[in-house]
Ligand binder design. Structure first.
Ligand code: ADP
Ligand code: MG
Length: 302
């Protein structure tokens, strides 16, 4: 029997803004000293209130415009509740039901949505069992783009991610270095017999280079195909990527999945995009896009 792979990507990018997503702390990727760019808002102190960063919203809307997506007229933020040391408020402000951007495509891959959220703090784990947390990253504007499960190979997934990185850079939306975590790719991979419905998906996290994205997807397709061919079943889980041995490994199964209790963020106003002057005519603010430039160079210079 012939088995085919299906891949859907979830890509995060830190946006290149002057300040954080909901406060005036600086968004400075070059700051090396820990816990410098922080304030009561991004540290989650009681009584503080967030304010939406217009520059961040504009970046996401421009990306959506370049992708030929549908720009929301109504949009809102939601609270995604979970407890972890890197999330000072006990919840992340994200978007759930009403993302800023829906649909569109890139490299022939259909895009589901692009939404805006805030980044978490950066944790470092030393070899004595201690963990350190740097809150400079907490509250940075983070864009999340989700594709439909329509990608067929590791090569196609990497080509998509590369083109997306190029677009982010052309738009000056993000510096998008994978090695620095400014762009993070998560790959959902499933395998199923040809002409049958999609198989159970496995999500691979912590892919911090295009090489890792490619190798991890290739490994996972092979692993799942072998399991199915030998009569086994795939369990829905999150897997990490071990670069040293070039293998994915199980991190957590679906049974341990969080219940985030999403609800609309009561401390932020709803967004009526068309009512904001700067959000109109965004197409006219776009530079020549990568695929337009390629087309022009081919046409004019063969
Ligand atoms: P979840 O609810 O588990 O987060 P979503 O439907 O939101 O799942 O999809 C998350 C990502 O997984 C998307 O990129 C989507 O394209 C991809 N995906 C969904 N189902 C499959 C599948 N069967 N195989 C591969 N990728 C999938
Ligand atoms: Mg999802």
């Amino acid at each position: 029997m012939e088995y085919l792979a299906t891949i859907g990507l979830e890509i995060h990018a830190e946006l290149a803004t002057r300040t954080k997503m909901f406060c005036r702390s600086l968004n400075d990727p070059d700051e090396k000293r820990p816990n410098v760019n922080i304030c009561p808002v991004c540290m989650g102190h009681p009584g503080t209130l967030p304010v939406i960063n217009k520059e961040a919203v504009k970046h996401v809307l421009r990306v959506g415009t370049a992708l030929g997506s549908q720009i929301a007229d109504f949009s809102e933020f939601d609270r995604k509740n979970y407890f972890y040391p890197d999330i000072p408020k006990g919840y992340q402000i994200s978007q759930y039901k009403y993302p800023l951007v829906s649909r569109g495509s890139l490299n022939g891959v259909a895009i589901t949505r692009v939404h805006l959220e805030e980044d978490t703090a950066r944790s470092t784990h030393d070899n004595t069992g201690k963990s350190l947390i740097d809150f400079n990253r907490a509250g940075l504007p983070l864009m999340e783009l989700v594709t439909e499960p329509v990608i067929k190979s590791a090569e196609e997934a990497v080509a998509f991610a590369r083109e997306l990185r190029l677009l982010f850079r052309y738009l000056k939306a993000s510096l998008a270095n994978l090695e620095k975590g400014e762009m993070r790719v998560e790959a959902n991979v499933s395998v199923a017999p040809a002409n049958s419905k999609l198989g159970i998906k496995v999500e691979i996290k912590n892919l911090n280079s295009f090489k890792a994205v490619e190798s991890a997807i290739q490994y996972e397709i092979k692993r799942q195909t072998e399991v199915l061919k030998s009569g086994g079943v795939i369990i829905q889980e999150t897997r990490g990527w071990n670069e040293n041995i070039s293998q994915t490994f199980s991190q957590r199964s679906k049974e341990e999945a969080n219940d985030y209790r999403y609800f609309p963020e009561p401390d932020l106003p709803k967004l009526k995009i068309s009512e904001v002057e700067e959000f109109r005519n965004l197409a006219s603010t776009l530079p020549e896009l990568p695929w337009q430039k390629r087309e022009r160079l081919l046409t004019n210079y063969d």
